[in-house]
Design a protein around this ligand. Sequence first.
Ligand SMILES: *[C@@H]1O[C@H](CO)[C@@H](O)[C@H](O)[C@H]1NC(C)=O
Length: 333
Amino acid sequence: MASRRQTARMGLALTFLWTRLIVFSFAELQRFEHSPKDDGSLSFLVIGDWGRRGLFNQSRVALQMGKIGQKLDTDFVISTGDNFYDDGLKGLDDPAFEESFTKIYTAKSLQKQWYSVLGNHDYRGDALAQLHPFLRKIDTRWLCLRSFILDAEIAEFFFLDTSPFVDAYFIDKEHTYDWRGVTPRKAFLHNLLKDLESALRGSTATWKIVVGHHAIRSAGYHGDTEELIQKVLPILEANNVDFYMNGHDHCLEKITGHGSRIQFLTSGAGSKAWRGDTTPYEPYDKDGLEFFYDGQGFMSVQLTKNDANLAFYNVFGKALHTWRVSKELHSAV
Ligand SMILES: *[C@@H]1O[C@H](CO)[C@@H](O)[C@H](O)[C@H]1NC(C)=O
């Protein structure tokens, strides 16, 4: 029989192991750092749903991103997913990587780090290829992970892999999805939500921004994503998130309200657009829809300690909609 001291020691060891396990399972989101400008401010572009070998206005959008990027001296670019059409990358040697990314976003101002998530179309190919460090050897700008955190001091970004949340893909008989690393799904989502919640709770950044492929709120073709409204939105609301940025719907769109202080911003117009079938969804009647554009374009964001200045642009580089969010106003609400 074990002595009392031995039992105590065993107990201690078990507690230690247990804590380690808990700590481990809560700390799975990889963290990256990006220094802001010397004055603490930060600016970046957001684009989604783009990789089509320059066609369908992808190159025109890229050209204008280069110009606006130059003007705003942007620090990096965010991609909201559906990086390569139609079915993601076929593998590490798929020429689409260079044909739709490296050779398209050639402007000097776009030679910055890109932070990308996967979209549902990316999951139809070799999803692991896009996440593989080998691509960074071909083009050092590329960084795509499932879910991760980017700490840019003034702002903290929480990139969230939203495709595994969507039930429809798991019963889709028309397409196959590369769910390697995502199954068992229930445990995967459970851990992801825990990691997201603890990361958001621990964040002390002035601006908290969550990026995913699927919209939480959208008046576009795909509309709201119910699974995200149920599982993700309450976590964002409880932790004072400022912006949720997504693609998936091929439009530029801003939704506020719905009893939430979060602004829901869609930038999924990197090449696909003009679907023209948003009418049945009566986009302009949707609660809190402040802006909707069914054409190609992108978004810019400039952050200081007090203000966020945002804008949507079309293929001509024309600012279609600009707005400011002030921290003082926010905290007073
Ligand atoms: C490209 O953009 C122009 C101007 O917005 C638009 O008229 C045209 O239909 C677009 N082309 C495609 C293929 O979407």
